[in-house]
Design a protein around this ligand. Structure first.
Ligand code: SAM
Length: 288
């Protein structure tokens, strides 16, 4: 009987913290051009994808992050036609974005083609509805270069990146955010994967500082995702439209209905509003 393999999340080694998963079966493991990738089956979380020792997505809790990174900016904006995802390899967020009938075109800029190819085989629940969708366009490129050079202008920009290590490091820089501002349409909004403030406060403080220098409104909202260990995950928020965070619960619910009333398992209009009410220790991190 083969010995049980325990797969560690090494993201917080510096903090002296390691989470380990008992892998029922390793489905795929490789070193791509950009990062180490392992996919395994776990008896509680289902399929678990890790890149460079950091959990990216699991079958069991993906809905929380994917719904909050897509429906919050799209329903706050209310009339988004052009959407950009930077990163997003597994296509979990793209699948949620394309549920919005009003979205005319979705561009996903992913640096590592092998993550999408692998997701095509191992996450068909995401890639199936996405890769066959005419509104979807996949661009294999470094997000940093794309936002600095594209002619397209986007109503909503979703940065579904890895943590600030390896290829993802540049996606937390002032230069990258300035590029996002450059290709944002008037009245547009950007949201970012911004780490768990309890363990990664500098990541959030750094991004918010850049947002405040580049946009009229820089803040964040939160959700708790079981496999993003450390309590709340912060999702960065940057826009010049100060009204987008003030949209009422009633208007959000009406927009959800108008967008097709698609089923959600985490997002509700009330949860959307509440996500911007920050616990004091996080509010102190992002206070002007
Ligand atoms: N939700 C996950 C998280 O919170 O950690 C992230 C999911 S997604 C898999 C992250 C994607 O960002 C990966 O596929 C990675 O290849 C991509 N990525 C990293 N750096 C990038 C860059 N500079 N430009 C474009 N994509 C990048």
């Amino acid at each position: 009987m083969a010995e049980q393999r325990w797969i560690p999340e090494t993201l917080f080694d510096e903090l002296g913290l390691r989470t380990e998963y008992a892998a029922e079966r390793v489905l795929y493991e490789t070193r791509t051009e950009h990062q180490h990738l392992v996919l395994f089956e776990h008896r509680h979380f289902g399929k678990v994808l890790m890149l460079d020792g950091a959990t990216q997505v699991t079958t069991r809790d993906e809905f929380i992050y994917h719904e909050m990174m897509s429906h919050v900016p799209l329903l706050a904006h209310g009339k988004a036609r052009e959407v950009l995802i930077v990163g997003g390899g597994d296509c979990g967020i793209a699948e949620e974005v394309l549920k919005h009938a009003g979205v005319a075109h979705l561009t996903q800029v992913e640096i590592d083609r092998s993550v999408v190819d692998f997701a095509r085989e191992h996450f068909p629940e995401f890639t199936g509805p996405v890769l066959s969708e005419p509104r979807f366009e996949l661009v294999i490129a470094d997000g940093m270069h794309y936002v600095a050079t594209t002619d397209r202008r986007f109503d909503v920009i979703i940065v579904d990146s890895t943590d600030p290590q390896g290829p993802g490091k540049v996606l937390f820089s002032r230069e990258f955010y300035a590029g996002c501002r450059r290709c944002m349409a008037p009245g547009g909004v950007m949201v970012t994967q911004n780490g768990v403030p309890f363990f990664q406060p500098d990541e959030l403080i750094g991004s918010i500082g850049h947002f405040r220098a580049l946009f009229a409104d820089g803040s964040c909202y939160v959700a708790a995702i079981p496999t993003y260990v450390g309590g709340h995950l912060a999702m960065g928020w940057a826009t010049d439209d100060l009204t987008l965070r003030q949209v009422s619960v009633e208007t959000l619910a009406a927009r959800h209905a108008a967008a097709g009333s698609f089923a959600t398992r985490y997002w509700t209009a009330e949860v959307h509003k509440a996500a911007f009410a920050l616990p004091r220790f996080i509010a102190d991190h992002v206070a002007p």
